[in-house]
Design a binder for this molecule. Structure first.
Ligand code: ZN
Length: 141
């Protein structure tokens, strides 16, 4: 799933292989390295992706799939725990052949090429729980 995840000081850097889902690939790297809190960034390209927009009126995600090769202009996210599992929360900006950008919450994205950095936080657990006010799973501790 990952060729190499080098650790330099506190920072991990690596890449995911072509065809891997970015969300599950990054989750596996965090699990392998026991990273339960921290920050994530990445660049590269996807062959397809599913993004979400959280509709605050309905309190549900509206999802849209993009079935084309797109640049990952920027991927940014954080790492915490939800339901006792490691949970990466990832947002992304993608650009297509016409150079226009789309963005949103990343539900899935198939890697064409992807390079990432993960910066773990030590001794700072962030636990998500359902928040009635927003309809989102927010940090409660
Ligand atoms: Zn989000």
């Amino acid at each position: 799933m990952v060729l190499k995840a080098y650790k330099s000081g506190p920072v991990y850097q690596g890449r995911l292989e072509k065809g891997v889902d970015i969300v599950s690939g990054l989750t596996a790297i965090m699990q392998q390295n026991n990273i339960a809190a921290g920050m994530v960034s990445g660049i590269g390209a996807v062959s397809e992706a599913q993004l979400g927009y959280f509709n605050a009126q309905t309190k549900t995600y509206e999802k849209r799939s993009f079935q084309e090769n797109m640049e990952i202009v920027s991927l940014k996210g954080n790492i915490s725990t939800k339901d006792n599992g490691i949970f990466p929360h990832l947002h992304v900006v993608l650009s297509g052949r016409d150079f226009s950008a789309v963005g949103g919450h990343l539900f899935s994205g198939t890697v064409y090429a992807f390079e990432f950095e993960v910066i773990p936080f030590e001794n700072t657990p962030f636990v998500r729980a359902f928040d009635n006010d927003t309809g989102l799973f927010l940090w409660k501790e």
